[in-house]
Each structure stands twice: as C-alpha cells, then as structure tokens.
Design a protein around this ligand. Structure first.
Ligand SMILES: *Cc1c(COP(=O)(O)O)cnc(C)c1O
Length: 229
C-alpha cells in the first residue's frame, strides 16, 4: 500500500477503499457491510477537511479534548459526519464524550458504564456503544480482560439495551492478529451483537476476512502521525 507523503489523502483513501472492497469480496461478503473509520488523531483540521472533500464521513479520535476542538464546528456544514471515540476514556471525560460522539468504542469497566449512563441522562442523548476487549490480556492496555468480558458485556446490555452495538479490540503489536479477531467475532456472536470494530492500517484486510464491520485506519490515509505537541 502506498502511504508515502507525496500521494494525497484523497488518493490514499481511494486505495484503502479499494483494498477494503477486494477483501470483502474475497471473503464472500457484501462490501457495503464494512465501514471505514478514518482515524485522524494528532492530524490537523485540514487533513479532516481533505478527507471530507473525498466523501469520507466517519472519523475516529482517541482524545476527547482533541475531538471536541476539531469536530463539532464541522457538523453544521457536514450533517453526515460521524465521530467515533476510540481511545481509553476517563470517567471525568464521559459527559463531553456523550455530548460530542456518535459512537464510543471503548467501554471497559463498570465505573465508566455508570459515568456514561449519568452523562446520557444529563445530556439527553446516548451515543452508540462498543465494549473494548483486551484480547491479549496486556496489562498496559485498555479494554476489559478476556475472562471478565462476558459478564461485562451482559452488564452493558442490561444498562444500555440495543445502544450496546458490538465489540472492539486492538490485538497486541507484533502478534498474528487473526486469533484475536476470531475471538472477538465469537464473543459478539455469543451475545448477539452486530458490530465488530477490528483492523487498523496494517491488518484491516485480515480483519475484514474475519468479519469486521468497522475498520479503524489512520496512517494509511493520513500518513505518519505528527509528534504530540
Ligand atoms: C491510532 C489508532 C488506530 C489507527 O492506527 P493506524 O495503525 O494508524 O491505522 C486504530 N485504532 C485505535 C484504537 C487507535 O488508537
């Protein structure tokens, strides 16, 4: 895949979409069953605007403050815009997250469930929600540990009903991601959840082969992330 800086965001988006379509067809799936979340974290507003101009509507950010600065002003001119929060979420950011997000992909503990439920009452809106599963049981990572996942998913379903849409995972770096994708898919099946958010720049085609309905792709679209200020 061409991720060089010389090609434009529009060109790289086209390349990613073409690869997604091919991966879906190769897996015998309808390409329309897989959506692209363009992960714009750390990239400037201009990059988001370039992607919007190339008909990209769904974006992922992992910090609430950065998302709140970039996205709400764009909604007036781009009503189809959808913002997914994909990063670990502090409970004290839950209210702003509920206010600005269309989907929060990182539910991973009961305290956050409580904070989001309270925020939804206060704001009068509830985004779609995913449970993040720490499929590699990595201590430094966000996500509910594997052995607690079933009980936690049931808790979220009781609390949020059909707004709990599915599951998300970030496989451990440097490992074959396929067993992690398969584990996530089987958990989603067990709980009757339709949305599977899995696959990033390096492995979205493998994720689509394993049933991903959302892929979160950053650097393959926007290029390398700038260093944090
Ligand atoms: C940054 C990030 C991505 C995108 O990663 P790339 O390798 O740049 O595609 C996907 N998911 C999450 C949760 C992220 O934080």
């Amino acid at each position: 895949m061409d991720t060089s800086l010389s090609s434009s965001i529009a060109e790289r988006l086209h390349t990613v979409r073409t690869s997604m379509q091919a991966a879906a067809l190769a897996a015998g799936r309808d390409p329309a069953s897989v959506s692209l979340v363009a992960v714009s974290k750390f990239h400037p507003l201009q990059s988001v605007q370039d992607a919007l101009a190339a008909s990209q509507c769904v974006f992922g950010e992992n910090r609430v403050q950065e998302a709140a600065a970039k996205f709400p002003p764009l909604r007036a001119t781009h009503p189809a815009l959808r913002l997914h929060l994909i990063g670990g979420l502090q409970t004290n950011k839950a209210r702003e997250a509920v206010r600005i997000a269309d989907m929060i992909e990182s539910l991973d503990r009961p305290a956050l469930v409580d904070a989001i439920a309270r925020a939804a009452d206060a704001e009068g809106r509830l985004p779609d929600l995913l449970v993040e599963v720490n499929t590699g049981d990595e201590p430094q990572k966000f996500g509910v540990p594997k052995e607690q996942a079933d009980a936690f998913i049931r808790l979220c379903q009781q609390r949020f009903g059909p707004s709990l849409r599915g599951l998300m995972c970030i496989p451990p770096a440097g490992q074959n991601p396929v067993p992690h994708f398969q584990l996530l898919r089987s958990m989603a099946q067990t709980h009757g959840l339709p949305v599977l958010s899995m696959g990033m720049s390096a492995d979205f085609e493998q994720a689509i082969a394993q049933g991903a309905t959302l892929v979160r792709v950053g650097s393959a679209i926007f290029g390398p992330r700038p260093a944090l200020a």
